[in-house]
Design a protein around this ligand. Structure first.
Ligand code: ZN
Ligand code: ZN
Length: 354
């Protein structure tokens, strides 16, 4: 392995992974940089590809490098690069938009029609020694941020986008369904945005125990009763008789969606961030008669990574607490096993030379 130029962690088929020495990426555009990847977080989507070989219509047909939550050190810069230099430590935004389509031109590049996103077939991910990105998709880490924290900028940006979609303002009450990494980070961002009540909902007690100590004002374990009854109890336990201002789903679970709609006040805002089954039953009458604002949220867009870095650098959001442990690159598959088993919050995979 030591003689390998660009050792990569490749998914070949369901539960079939291998280490492969791939060519070192080259600078194609004068604005490109090459990054020596140092830490990569593993999330549900990576595990889903590893377990099922597909997510919806995205099917892994050819071997694909996994990973998309990374930070690293710049090892080479293109001739036109002005914002970065060799040796800079950066968080890597792993989706390159085309810059030409209508959503791109409208400033919503996360909705790009020609997105090239890491570890979404057919595009290779970041679990390799080297990765190439345009300079504007790299975010220089301030002195007080570690590269491990840098790897957490990806899920934090997902949360920043969700909370921005929700338009959370100071003094509001926010209920977050799902206390996994993104749900917890939504709680943290909502708190940073000035929410006065932040309630985490989950069906796993150990996740709620963690959430209790992390950026929430209270937690809620749904009972085996109807969504309406759970919503009523959540409201009464939290002094929200009229309902919550904002409900965020970071679970993708049908009962969460139902409870989320019922927990809201008239005119409240609901944001769907979690991805579960592609179709579910939906309490459309409540949504209509309460005149709810219902929005989706997908990945991250303009300014989200920048704000994520700022929130951590300024001490408003703590991502360190979410890091459960780090495995060696050679033991990358172990991180997948841990995520699948629901062990801890976020497991990182170290770069080749770490
Ligand atoms: Zn992810
Ligand atoms: Zn585009």
């Amino acid at each position: 392995m030591s003689t390998a130029q660009n050792l990569s962690f490749v998914l070949e088929g369901i539960h079939k992974v291998k280490f492969e020495d791939r060519p070192v990426p080259e600078i194609q555009n004068p604005h490109d940089v090459i990054i020596n990847v140092k830490f990569t977080g593993i999330c549900g989507s990576d595990v889903h590809y590893w377990e099922h070989g597909a997510i919806g219509n995205f099917i892994v047909k050819d071997p694909m490098v996994l990973g998309h939550e990374s930070a690293g050190i710049i090892s080479k810069v293109g001739s036109a690069v002005k914002s970065l230099k060799v040796g800079d430590r950066v968080a890597m935004e792993p989706g390159i938009s085309c810059r030409r389509c209508e959503p791109c031109k409208a400033g919503k590049y996360n909705l790009c029609e020609n997105m090239q996103f890491a570890a979404t077939p057919p595009y290779d991910g970041t679990l390799a020694k080297y990765y190439v990105l345009p300079e504007d998709f790299c975010y220089k880490l301030p002195e007080n941020l570690t590269l491990q924290e840098g790897a957490l900028m990806e899920p934090l940006s997902v949360a920043v986008h969700i909370v921005r979609q929700a338009g959370v303002t100071p003094g509001q009450s926010v209920v977050v369904f799902g206390a996994g990494p993104v749900g917890l980070l939504c709680c943290a961002v909502a708190t940073a945005f000035g929410a006065s009540k932040v309630i985490a909902v989950d069906i796993q007690q150990q996740r709620l125990d963690f959430a209790k100590e992390y950026a929430t004002t209270s937690t809620f374990m749904p009972g085996k009763v109807s969504a309406i009854e759970n919503a009523e109890r959540l409201r009464s336990e939290n002094g929200l008789s009229a309902g919550a201002d904002v409900a965020i789903d970071a679970s993708g679970a049908e009962p969460s969606v139902h409870t989320g709609i019922h927990v809201l006040r008239n005119g409240g805002t609901y944001v769907q961030g979690g991805m579960g089954r592609s179709e579910i039953q939906f309490p459309i009458m409540a949504a209509c008669s309460k005149e709810l604002n219902i929005k989706g949220s997908f990945r991250y867009g303009s300014g989200d990574y920048k704000l994520a870095v700022n929130l951590v650098a300024s001490g408003k959001v703590d991502v360190k607490k979410l890091i459960t442990g780090t495995v060696k690159f050679e033991e990358a598959e172990e991180a997948f096993t841990q995520v699948k088993a629901g062990k801890g919050i976020k497991t990182l995979i170290a770069g080749i030379d770490e």
